[in-house]
Design a binder for this molecule. Structure first.
Ligand code: CA2
Length: 148
């Protein structure tokens, strides 16, 4: 448990690399997962990486992470801006949570400026593309106590 982390990705992030390259870049989610796995190895973290288009599945995955992981990284995608259920699920767990967005949500449409997740996250990284995920792993390493 102390060395396991989860990275959760919300709706449409499975399309990364195929469309909207001007906003999200050309790197696909599988490549991001591979880079995260390499970074986790550096810190001795075991990685669980998921993508789902379903809000309910995200809630269940957050609850599961709270039970078995030492830290969580989440890009809730569009649910960032709509989901009280994801807000409540993060509130209910007791591990550090880093919210990541590939794009700078504050430089986009006004409906993306509000996040239901930020107030319950330990920290938020946005606008740095896939590097945000890598930085989030390093951030979790500073938040998770080392195994005795
Ligand atoms: O910047 C981010 O990481 C977002 O979480 C991405 C979400 C968006 O709703 C958030 O406001 C910001 C959208 C993910 C959809 O990704 C696509 C990728 C390729 C083609 C279409 C959508």
């Amino acid at each position: 448990m102390a060395n396991k982390i989860a990275i959760l990705n919300g709706p449409n992030l499975n399309l990364l690399g195929n469309r909207e390259g001007d906003i999200y870049g050309s790197i696909g989610l599988a490549e991001i997962e591979a880079a995260c796995a390499d970074e986790c190895e550096r810190f001795g973290f075991e990685l669980e990486f998921f993508q789902t288009n379903s809000e309910g599945d995200l809630v269940t995955l957050i609850q599961d992470a709270g039970a078995v992981c030492a830290g969580l990284i989440i890009n809730p995608a569009a649910y960032t801006h709509t989901s009280v259920a994801i807000h409540d699920a993060i509130r209910a767990i007791n591990i550090p949570v880093i919210e990541v967005h590939l794009s700078n949500i504050f430089a986009r449409e006004s409906f993306r400026h509000h996040s239901y997740v930020s107030p319950v996250a330990t920290g938020t990284i946005c606008g740095l593309g896939p590097t945000g995920y890598i930085l989030a792993i390093g951030a979790l390493a500073t938040q998770i106590p080392e195994e005795q």
